[in-house]
Design a binder for this molecule. Sequence first.
Ligand code: ATP
Length: 289
Amino acid sequence: MKSISVKAHAKINIGLDVLRRRSDGYHDVCMIMQSLSLHDDLTIKITDKENISLKSNLVYLPNDRRNLVYKAAALFMEANSIKCGLEINLNKKIPVAAGLAGGSSDAAAALKGLNQLFQAGMSDAELMQLGVKIGADVPYCILLGTALSEGIGERLTPLPPIPDCHILLVKPDISVSTRQVYESLRLDSTTIHPDIEGMKEALVSADLDALTAKMANLLESVTIRMHPVIDDIKKDMIKVGAMNSLMSGSGPTVFGIFRNKSRAEQAYAYFSDNYKHAEQVFLTRPYQP
Ligand code: ATP
């Protein structure tokens, strides 16, 4: 095998709790993650040169070590003492810096793809250990599906899959710095934490009504304070028939969950058709590997 094509799936957080700030600056989190069928595409070719060459369809993304795909490839080659060159093509569809873990997922897909391409025989657990050096969400992006993510994101427990539904994503035309959101977060004894246990129970009983009723993200109020438009989108998402709506990760993407396909399609049309706050809109579904 001289080349391989892999998909890198986006994720949303249906629940996001922050437990504490750690002395190393990271935060201990407790999140329910869900992969989406929305994905980037990566093609990796072995070349007889010695360098890694990365090209993507987005001119503003760096093509060097600052790109998480490059970082993942360099780390994998070093860990497995492989010397040949690589030509990597990245076709991005997942919005960048949107709370959808696009970069982490690209890195995870690169690690998995290279493991297959070189038949290196690394287990998922070994790939996750390598992945967490790139970013806290990379181990989850290796696992995929519905999962509980704890610690800084490296402790993962698969959960029963989310009941079948349609997921509408609306990304407003704003950039959010994950670091700034975490730095502005104030945790004290009055903080109301999301009911992650209740969400787990709703998944076990495959109860989409209970799950969507309990969806919550502790970072949401922080990002909404900086960008009130996120709250406007959430309210409009409910108005057009979503069971519930939430910001993903540190934002700014807002998602809505719909049981009914035609209602989801109507909502997609509403947000795609000159909705003033939307930069990108996607109608997608949960992805289970
Ligand atoms: P998270 O949900 O983990 O917070 P995100 O969706 O907010 O992730 P990404 O799309 O992963 O954010 O991008 C965050 C930053 O990482 C961007 O500023 C971007 O320049 C950089 N980056 C590096 N490599 C990539 C990549 N392959 N795809 C997207 N962004 C990348």
